[in-house]
Every structure is written in structure tokens, then in C-alpha cells.
Design a protein around this ligand. Sequence first.
Ligand code: AMP
Ligand code: MN
Ligand code: MN
Ligand code: MN
Length: 286
Amino acid sequence: MRGMCCFDLHSHSTASDGTLSPAELLVKARGAGVDVLALTDHDTLDGIAEARVAARQQGVGLIAGVEISVTWKAMTLHVLGLNVDPHNPALLAGLQTLRDTRDERAREIGRKLENRGIPGALEGADRLSQGKILSRTHFAHFLVESGRATSVREVFRHYLVKGKPGYVRGEWAPLEQALGWIRDAGGLPVIAHPARYRLTRTKLRTLLGEFSDCGGVGLEVVSGSHSRDETLHMAAVAREHKLFASCGSDYHGPEKPWVELGGLRRFPDGCIPIWQAEGWPAASAA
Ligand code: AMP
Ligand code: MN
Ligand code: MN
Ligand code: MN
């Protein structure tokens, strides 16, 4: 591929909590000038087959990916698996256990909201998820729809985060296990939006040590949810820990206009892009 190439390696479709179908997402990617897109839905690979077909039609390179929910030291972290084999049995079985956890958590969220005088939230969220992954985003959309709040952000703040009435802690995959599934499926593990976890320097160092020991190779330096300073900081961290740098918008659909597909800042100096890692498909390297 050409020297200048636009990569967006983190995005969501209706297979999880995005609002565009995989096919619509690929049309959007082409329009936005994205050359290589990774579809990375939460805990599922269900969108990949449709995305493949659409990517061919649009002339966009597709990286099959997934964003895995991980519990590490009682916190939830997100680990991307880039360029995974979407038919790998170990990965598919692992993701199924996370979806079971999600369904269990959703029932609990529904019960808690019901006890606080908000009936029908589980059914509402389930309807909005259209039988796909059930995420807090679907609860948020339902609560907006039923007039309990004016925006998804507000729902999270008042209902769905720690200490609020609809919060339920999920027990997700241990870090080592999630990385095992990704490696088994031939993928490259990347820590998603690392600045979002608000880790202390020491804790971040511990995390990245364990991550590397388990076969982790990348850090999402450029993210739709990183400020300029956070990007610079994570670039330095990636260099220090000898991790490849990744970039992704974390696009969920047009209703969050401040996050655009492909609209990403450049890597700060000294980053080694993930598409130069061993195991990246040759056809979509820069
Ligand atoms: P879940 O994996 O079901 O716990 O849902 C997590 C998803 O909720 C994230 O991937 C985001 O898309 C969304 N999310 C989390 N926090 C917020 C927030 N404060 N405002 C809006 N969306 C959020
Ligand atoms: Mn999401
Ligand atoms: Mn995430
Ligand atoms: Mn994401």
C-alpha cells in the first residue's frame, strides 16, 4: 500500500454498541478516507463476515478485530485483538463466556433499576441491542428514550457508573486469559485507550510488565478519547516499554460527533506503528 495511508484500528458496529451496521461502517470509512479499518466490537466477532464483504466492495482494507473486556486488579480494562482469525475456536469460546457474563450482568442491572422505580429497562435495552451484545450503552439509550435523562453521558453519570443505582461490577476475563485467546487466534494484543483508566505511574508500569509477559505487543497511543497531552505521554510510555503504537478513533456512530472515523492525530515522534509488527497482514501495511 502507499506510503501515506490512513489507519483507524478501533471501531464499533451494531454487532456490539455501535449504531451503524458493519456495511454502513465500511461505507463511512471509505467516505472518510480510511484505507485500513479494524472492526473491534466488544466481546464479539459477529460483525466481521458482513464487514469483509463490504470492505471488498468499498476498497477498504479490513482488519478483523475484537475489544475484549478484562478484569485486572478489580478494574475493567479493554484489550484489542487485532488481526485475529475470526473462526478460532479458543477465541470464540472465550468470547462466549464474556457474553454470558454480560447477560447475567444485564439482568442484575435491570433488577437494580426496577428497584429504583425504573421498570422495563432490561427489556428496553434488549430490544435496542437487537439480539446482539448487551452493553451499558443500550441501557443508556433506553433511559434517554424513556425520558429519564437527556443524553447518554448523563445516564452514565447518574445511573451506570460506580456508586450509582444501576451499576453492577462485571467479572470479565483475566488479562492472561484474554491475551491467550488473542495469541491463539494469531492476533496482536493492544491495550485500548490507556489514558482512560487513570492509572498511577506505578500501576501502569505493573500492567505493562504483565501485559508484555503475556505476549502483549501494542499500546493505543492515539485514541479518540485521548487529549494531546495524553497522546504524548502514552507515546513515551510505549517507547519505554518497547510496545508498538496503535491508533483508533473508537468510533461508535454519528451520534457522538466529536469522534470521527479516521479523524486521528499523527503519532508523536519515535513511535513504531503496529502495522510494522510481525504478524500484521502484508497487504495492509503502510
Ligand atoms: P459495557 O462494556 O457494557 O460496560 O459498556 C461500556 C461502553 O459504554 C463503552 O465501550 C462505551 O461505549 C460506553 N461508555 C462507557 N462510559 C461512558 C460514558 N461516561 N459516556 C458514554 N458512554 C460511555
Ligand atoms: Mn462501547
Ligand atoms: Mn473501550
Ligand atoms: Mn471501543
